[in-house]
Design a protein around this ligand. Sequence first.
Ligand SMILES: [Zn+2]
Length: 368
Amino acid sequence: MRKIILLRSAFSQAWGVMFRRRLGEKIFVFIYPTKTRRLFQTFFCPSLRIVALARGDEQDVEIVFKKVISSWCFVSLPPADLIVEMAPDMQMDEKLIADIISAVGEHKNSAVGGIDANTGIKDLIFALFAASVADLRRVRSVCGISGYGRVDPEIIRNHFSPWERGKILASAGFILDCRIEAQISIPDGAVSLSRQMFDVENAFQDELFAAALAGVPWEKEFSKACIRCGKNASWRFVLPSENLSPELAWRLKRPENAVPLCRDCTRKLHFAKNEQVRRQLLWGLWGPRFEALESWFLAVRGEGVYRLPHNWDKAEHPLWPEEFGGKNWASGSGNVMNCVPREPKEIRRTQAQKRVLAELLGSTPRLP
Ligand SMILES: [Zn+2]
Protein backbone atom coordinates (compact mmCIF):
# COMPACT_ATOMS: atom_id res chain seq x y z
CA MET A 1 0.00 0.00 0.00
CA ARG A 2 1.39 3.34 -0.86
CA LYS A 3 1.51 5.82 1.96
CA ILE A 4 1.72 9.59 1.65
CA ILE A 5 3.85 11.35 4.26
CA LEU A 6 3.66 15.14 4.56
CA LEU A 7 6.79 17.09 5.53
CA ARG A 8 5.86 20.58 6.70
CA SER A 9 8.50 21.91 9.10
CA ALA A 10 11.97 23.12 8.14
CA PHE A 11 13.50 20.39 10.25
CA SER A 12 11.53 17.49 8.85
CA GLN A 13 12.21 18.84 5.37
CA ALA A 14 15.92 19.10 6.07
CA TRP A 15 16.02 15.46 7.11
CA GLY A 16 13.67 14.41 4.35
CA VAL A 17 14.49 10.91 3.27
CA MET A 18 18.12 10.88 4.36
CA PHE A 19 19.45 7.69 5.88
CA ARG A 20 16.64 5.57 4.54
CA ARG A 21 17.89 2.63 2.54
CA ARG A 22 14.79 2.43 0.42
CA LEU A 23 11.53 4.27 0.24
CA GLY A 24 9.37 1.27 -0.58
CA GLU A 25 5.83 2.49 -1.15
CA LYS A 26 6.23 5.67 0.86
CA ILE A 27 5.65 8.95 -0.90
CA PHE A 28 7.20 12.01 0.75
CA VAL A 29 5.59 15.35 0.04
CA PHE A 30 7.38 18.59 0.92
CA ILE A 31 4.89 21.44 1.31
CA TYR A 32 6.10 24.98 0.65
CA PRO A 33 4.30 28.29 1.09
CA THR A 34 5.53 29.78 -2.18
CA LYS A 35 6.58 28.74 -5.64
CA THR A 36 10.29 29.49 -5.92
CA ARG A 37 13.31 27.68 -7.28
CA ARG A 38 14.79 25.30 -4.75
CA LEU A 39 17.99 23.36 -4.38
CA PHE A 40 17.42 19.77 -3.35
CA GLN A 41 20.09 17.24 -2.54
CA THR A 42 20.22 13.50 -2.23
CA PHE A 43 23.19 13.09 0.13
CA PHE A 44 22.76 10.04 2.30
CA CYS A 45 19.60 9.21 0.35
CA PRO A 46 18.82 6.26 -1.86
CA SER A 47 18.15 6.98 -5.52
CA LEU A 48 14.89 8.88 -5.76
CA ARG A 49 12.26 9.91 -8.20
CA ILE A 50 11.72 13.63 -7.60
CA VAL A 51 8.58 15.26 -8.96
CA ALA A 52 7.87 18.98 -8.54
CA LEU A 53 4.24 20.10 -8.67
CA ALA A 54 2.97 23.65 -9.06
CA ARG A 55 -0.55 24.25 -7.81
CA GLY A 56 -2.61 26.79 -9.72
CA ASP A 57 -5.33 29.15 -8.46
CA GLU A 58 -8.04 26.72 -9.45
CA GLN A 59 -7.71 23.04 -8.59
CA ASP A 60 -5.22 22.51 -11.40
CA VAL A 61 -1.79 21.05 -10.80
CA GLU A 62 1.14 21.09 -13.18
CA ILE A 63 4.10 18.74 -13.16
CA VAL A 64 7.07 21.07 -13.66
CA PHE A 65 9.87 18.56 -13.02
CA LYS A 66 10.23 14.82 -12.87
CA LYS A 67 13.41 12.81 -12.89
CA VAL A 68 15.16 9.96 -11.14
CA ILE A 69 18.10 11.38 -9.19
CA SER A 70 20.91 9.20 -7.91
CA SER A 71 22.45 9.46 -4.46
CA TRP A 72 24.91 12.26 -3.68
CA CYS A 73 23.56 14.84 -6.10
CA PHE A 74 22.36 18.39 -5.95
CA VAL A 75 19.36 19.13 -8.10
CA SER A 76 17.95 22.52 -8.94
CA LEU A 77 14.15 22.47 -9.12
CA PRO A 78 11.98 24.94 -11.04
CA PRO A 79 9.41 27.03 -9.12
CA ALA A 80 6.98 24.65 -7.41
CA ASP A 81 5.14 24.46 -4.11
CA LEU A 82 4.92 20.69 -3.68
CA ILE A 83 7.99 18.51 -4.04
CA VAL A 84 7.45 14.78 -4.08
CA GLU A 85 10.11 12.15 -3.42
CA MET A 86 9.50 8.47 -4.01
CA ALA A 87 11.21 5.24 -5.03
CA PRO A 88 12.58 5.25 -8.60
CA ASP A 89 10.18 2.51 -9.66
CA MET A 90 7.07 4.41 -8.54
CA GLN A 91 5.32 6.47 -11.19
CA MET A 92 3.50 9.77 -10.88
CA ASP A 93 0.08 9.44 -12.48
CA GLU A 94 -3.27 11.23 -12.35
CA LYS A 95 -4.47 9.06 -9.49
CA LEU A 96 -1.39 9.70 -7.36
CA ILE A 97 -1.57 13.44 -8.00
CA ALA A 98 -5.20 13.41 -6.87
CA ASP A 99 -4.26 11.42 -3.74
CA ILE A 100 -1.43 13.83 -2.91
CA ILE A 101 -3.62 16.90 -3.37
CA SER A 102 -6.29 15.42 -1.15
CA ALA A 103 -3.71 14.40 1.51
CA VAL A 104 -2.19 17.87 1.46
CA GLY A 105 -5.68 19.40 1.72
CA GLU A 106 -5.51 22.55 3.80
CA HIS A 107 -2.12 21.67 5.32
CA LYS A 108 0.33 24.49 5.04
CA ASN A 109 4.04 24.79 5.54
CA SER A 110 4.39 25.23 9.28
CA ALA A 111 6.93 28.06 9.02
CA VAL A 112 5.32 31.34 9.98
CA GLY A 113 5.73 34.38 7.78
CA GLY A 114 9.04 36.18 7.83
CA ILE A 115 11.29 33.19 8.33
CA ASP A 116 14.24 32.99 6.02
CA ALA A 117 13.40 30.55 3.26
CA ASN A 118 16.96 29.22 3.46
CA THR A 119 16.65 27.98 7.02
CA GLY A 120 15.95 24.51 5.71
CA ILE A 121 19.20 24.41 3.77
CA LYS A 122 21.27 25.55 6.75
CA ASP A 123 19.71 22.92 9.00
CA LEU A 124 20.33 20.44 6.28
CA ILE A 125 23.99 21.23 5.80
CA PHE A 126 24.51 21.16 9.53
CA ALA A 127 22.79 17.77 9.71
CA LEU A 128 25.02 16.50 6.89
CA PHE A 129 28.16 17.66 8.65
CA ALA A 130 27.01 16.14 11.91
CA ALA A 131 26.40 12.80 10.18
CA SER A 132 29.75 12.96 8.38
CA VAL A 133 31.66 13.78 11.53
CA ALA A 134 29.86 10.91 13.28
CA ASP A 135 31.10 8.54 10.55
CA LEU A 136 34.69 9.64 11.10
CA ARG A 137 34.27 9.37 14.83
CA ARG A 138 33.51 5.68 14.27
CA VAL A 139 36.80 5.36 12.40
CA ARG A 140 38.61 7.01 15.26
CA SER A 141 37.10 4.78 17.90
CA VAL A 142 37.55 1.58 15.89
CA CYS A 143 41.22 2.37 15.27
CA GLY A 144 41.70 3.49 18.86
CA ILE A 145 43.05 6.85 17.76
CA SER A 146 43.47 9.79 20.06
CA GLY A 147 44.45 13.25 18.86
CA TYR A 148 46.18 13.06 15.47
CA GLY A 149 46.95 9.34 15.44
CA ARG A 150 47.18 7.26 12.28
CA VAL A 151 44.41 5.29 10.63
CA ASP A 152 45.24 1.61 10.35
CA PRO A 153 44.16 0.24 6.92
CA GLU A 154 44.10 -3.31 8.24
CA ILE A 155 41.65 -2.44 11.01
CA ILE A 156 39.43 -0.50 8.59
CA ARG A 157 39.35 -3.45 6.22
CA ASN A 158 38.50 -5.94 8.94
CA HIS A 159 35.98 -3.86 10.75
CA PHE A 160 33.90 -2.16 8.05
CA SER A 161 32.07 -3.67 5.11
CA PRO A 162 32.84 -2.21 1.67
CA TRP A 163 29.56 -0.27 1.59
CA GLU A 164 30.33 1.27 4.98
CA ARG A 165 33.81 2.17 3.81
CA GLY A 166 32.28 3.84 0.76
CA LYS A 167 29.94 5.82 2.96
CA ILE A 168 32.79 6.86 5.29
CA LEU A 169 34.78 7.95 2.26
CA ALA A 170 31.83 9.99 1.02
CA SER A 171 31.58 11.62 4.44
CA ALA A 172 35.30 12.37 4.37
CA GLY A 173 34.91 13.92 0.92
CA PHE A 174 31.98 15.99 2.11
CA ILE A 175 34.00 17.33 5.06
CA LEU A 176 37.00 18.19 2.90
CA ASP A 177 35.00 19.72 0.04
CA CYS A 178 32.43 21.75 1.88
CA ARG A 179 33.89 22.86 5.18
CA ILE A 180 35.06 26.24 3.94
CA GLU A 181 31.99 27.16 1.93
CA ALA A 182 29.58 26.20 4.65
CA GLN A 183 31.52 28.11 7.31
CA ILE A 184 30.95 25.44 9.87
CA SER A 185 33.78 24.68 12.21
CA ILE A 186 34.75 21.05 12.01
CA PRO A 187 36.95 19.45 14.65
CA ASP A 188 40.55 19.39 13.35
CA GLY A 189 40.77 15.71 14.08
CA ALA A 190 37.92 15.03 11.66
CA VAL A 191 39.70 16.90 8.86
CA SER A 192 42.91 14.98 9.47
CA LEU A 193 41.01 11.69 9.57
CA SER A 194 39.21 12.58 6.33
CA ARG A 195 42.53 13.16 4.52
CA GLN A 196 43.93 9.93 5.89
CA MET A 197 40.90 7.96 4.79
CA PHE A 198 41.44 9.14 1.23
CA ASP A 199 45.11 8.10 1.42
CA VAL A 200 44.33 4.72 2.92
CA GLU A 201 41.46 3.91 0.53
CA ASN A 202 43.05 5.50 -2.51
CA ALA A 203 43.41 2.28 -4.50
CA PHE A 204 39.80 1.20 -3.99
CA GLN A 205 38.00 4.52 -4.09
CA ASP A 206 35.72 3.89 -7.08
CA GLU A 207 34.84 0.34 -5.97
CA LEU A 208 33.96 1.55 -2.48
CA PHE A 209 31.75 4.35 -3.77
CA ALA A 210 30.04 1.77 -5.98
CA ALA A 211 29.59 -0.45 -2.92
CA ALA A 212 28.07 2.45 -0.97
CA LEU A 213 25.44 2.75 -3.71
CA ALA A 214 24.87 -0.88 -4.62
CA GLY A 215 26.31 -3.05 -1.87
CA VAL A 216 23.98 -2.19 1.01
CA PRO A 217 22.57 -5.10 3.05
CA TRP A 218 19.13 -6.27 1.94
CA GLU A 219 18.47 -9.75 3.32
CA LYS A 220 16.49 -8.64 6.36
CA GLU A 221 14.00 -6.72 4.26
CA PHE A 222 13.40 -9.38 1.64
CA SER A 223 10.79 -12.13 1.65
CA LYS A 224 12.05 -15.39 3.09
CA ALA A 225 9.59 -17.68 1.31
CA CYS A 226 11.12 -20.68 -0.47
CA ILE A 227 10.63 -20.25 -4.23
CA ARG A 228 9.81 -23.94 -4.56
CA CYS A 229 7.38 -24.61 -1.71
CA GLY A 230 6.75 -21.28 0.03
CA LYS A 231 8.03 -22.45 3.40
CA ASN A 232 10.44 -20.44 5.49
CA ALA A 233 13.75 -20.32 3.60
CA SER A 234 17.21 -18.78 3.59
CA TRP A 235 18.79 -16.86 0.76
CA ARG A 236 21.49 -19.15 -0.62
CA PHE A 237 24.39 -17.73 -2.57
CA VAL A 238 25.82 -19.36 -5.65
CA LEU A 239 28.85 -17.80 -7.38
CA PRO A 240 31.78 -18.23 -4.97
CA SER A 241 33.64 -15.21 -3.63
CA GLU A 242 36.89 -16.97 -2.68
CA ASN A 243 40.00 -15.41 -4.15
CA LEU A 244 38.28 -12.07 -4.62
CA SER A 245 39.23 -9.14 -2.41
CA PRO A 246 36.39 -7.68 -0.30
CA GLU A 247 36.46 -4.52 -2.43
CA LEU A 248 35.25 -6.68 -5.32
CA ALA A 249 33.48 -9.54 -3.58
CA TRP A 250 30.61 -7.36 -2.33
CA ARG A 251 28.89 -7.79 -5.71
CA LEU A 252 28.48 -11.48 -4.99
CA LYS A 253 26.47 -10.63 -1.90
CA ARG A 254 23.89 -9.02 -4.15
CA PRO A 255 20.46 -10.65 -4.38
CA GLU A 256 21.19 -11.43 -8.06
CA ASN A 257 23.60 -14.08 -6.74
CA ALA A 258 21.11 -15.68 -4.36
CA VAL A 259 17.94 -17.71 -4.28
CA PRO A 260 15.54 -18.30 -1.37
CA LEU A 261 15.30 -22.06 -0.75
CA CYS A 262 14.19 -24.00 2.30
CA ARG A 263 16.21 -26.90 3.68
CA ASP A 264 13.89 -29.57 2.28
CA CYS A 265 13.95 -28.20 -1.23
CA THR A 266 17.72 -27.73 -1.04
CA ARG A 267 18.00 -31.43 -0.40
CA LYS A 268 15.43 -32.50 -2.98
CA LEU A 269 17.10 -30.45 -5.70
CA HIS A 270 20.63 -31.55 -4.72
CA PHE A 271 21.38 -27.85 -4.55
CA ALA A 272 24.61 -28.24 -2.56
CA LYS A 273 26.08 -31.00 -4.71
CA ASN A 274 24.93 -30.09 -8.17
CA GLU A 275 26.60 -27.02 -9.59
CA GLN A 276 24.40 -27.03 -12.65
CA VAL A 277 21.23 -26.91 -10.54
CA ARG A 278 22.61 -23.94 -8.62
CA ARG A 279 23.45 -22.02 -11.73
CA GLN A 280 20.21 -22.84 -13.52
CA LEU A 281 18.08 -21.75 -10.57
CA LEU A 282 19.84 -18.42 -10.46
CA TRP A 283 19.75 -18.03 -14.22
CA GLY A 284 16.03 -18.80 -14.32
CA LEU A 285 15.16 -16.62 -11.34
CA TRP A 286 17.20 -13.53 -12.19
CA GLY A 287 17.40 -13.87 -15.97
CA PRO A 288 19.38 -11.02 -17.55
CA ARG A 289 20.38 -9.63 -14.15
CA PHE A 290 22.21 -12.84 -13.28
CA GLU A 291 23.73 -13.01 -16.76
CA ALA A 292 25.16 -9.52 -16.27
CA LEU A 293 26.53 -10.35 -12.83
CA GLU A 294 28.04 -13.57 -14.15
CA SER A 295 29.68 -11.70 -17.04
CA TRP A 296 31.31 -9.39 -14.52
CA PHE A 297 32.36 -12.39 -12.41
CA LEU A 298 33.96 -14.18 -15.36
CA ALA A 299 35.66 -11.00 -16.57
CA VAL A 300 37.15 -10.29 -13.14
CA ARG A 301 38.52 -13.82 -12.97
CA GLY A 302 39.86 -13.65 -16.51
CA GLU A 303 37.58 -16.47 -17.64
CA GLY A 304 35.09 -16.52 -20.48
CA VAL A 305 34.88 -14.04 -23.31
CA TYR A 306 34.08 -10.87 -21.41
CA ARG A 307 36.62 -8.19 -20.53
CA LEU A 308 35.99 -5.27 -18.22
CA PRO A 309 35.99 -2.08 -20.31
CA HIS A 310 38.73 0.41 -19.35
CA ASN A 311 36.30 3.28 -19.30
CA TRP A 312 33.81 1.63 -16.94
CA ASP A 313 32.24 4.52 -15.02
CA LYS A 314 31.35 3.00 -11.67
CA ALA A 315 29.58 6.14 -10.48
CA GLU A 316 27.11 5.77 -13.34
CA HIS A 317 27.07 1.95 -13.45
CA PRO A 318 28.05 0.69 -9.99
CA LEU A 319 26.95 -2.90 -10.51
CA TRP A 320 28.51 -3.96 -13.79
CA PRO A 321 29.59 -2.26 -17.02
CA GLU A 322 26.82 -0.81 -19.15
CA GLU A 323 27.64 -3.34 -21.92
CA PHE A 324 26.78 -6.31 -19.67
CA GLY A 325 23.16 -5.39 -18.96
CA GLY A 326 20.09 -4.01 -20.69
CA LYS A 327 18.37 -0.66 -20.43
CA ASN A 328 16.22 -1.13 -17.33
CA TRP A 329 15.78 -3.27 -14.22
CA ALA A 330 13.84 -5.97 -16.07
CA SER A 331 16.51 -6.39 -18.73
CA GLY A 332 19.53 -6.34 -16.43
CA SER A 333 20.68 -2.74 -16.18
CA GLY A 334 23.43 -2.12 -13.62
CA ASN A 335 23.14 1.65 -13.67
CA VAL A 336 22.71 3.80 -10.63
CA MET A 337 18.93 3.98 -11.00
CA ASN A 338 18.70 0.20 -10.82
CA CYS A 339 21.27 -0.61 -8.19
CA VAL A 340 19.18 -0.51 -5.01
CA PRO A 341 18.64 -4.21 -4.18
CA ARG A 342 15.17 -5.39 -5.17
CA GLU A 343 13.36 -8.71 -5.04
CA PRO A 344 13.30 -10.78 -8.25
CA LYS A 345 10.07 -9.25 -9.53
CA GLU A 346 9.41 -7.93 -13.02
CA ILE A 347 12.41 -9.70 -14.48
CA ARG A 348 12.33 -10.21 -18.24
CA ARG A 349 12.89 -13.96 -18.54
CA THR A 350 13.41 -15.81 -21.79
CA GLN A 351 11.30 -18.86 -22.65
CA ALA A 352 14.32 -21.04 -21.85
CA GLN A 353 14.69 -19.43 -18.43
CA LYS A 354 10.99 -19.89 -17.66
CA ARG A 355 11.22 -23.51 -18.74
CA VAL A 356 14.24 -24.23 -16.54
CA LEU A 357 12.47 -22.67 -13.57
CA ALA A 358 9.33 -24.68 -14.18
CA GLU A 359 11.38 -27.87 -14.39
CA LEU A 360 13.19 -27.18 -11.15
CA LEU A 361 10.33 -25.73 -9.17
CA GLY A 362 7.39 -27.74 -10.45
CA SER A 363 4.61 -26.68 -12.76
CA THR A 364 3.52 -23.69 -10.69
CA PRO A 365 6.67 -22.01 -9.46
CA ARG A 366 6.05 -19.48 -6.70
CA LEU A 367 7.66 -16.70 -8.59
CA PRO A 368 7.72 -13.37 -6.88
ZN1 LIG B 1 10.99 -25.28 -0.11
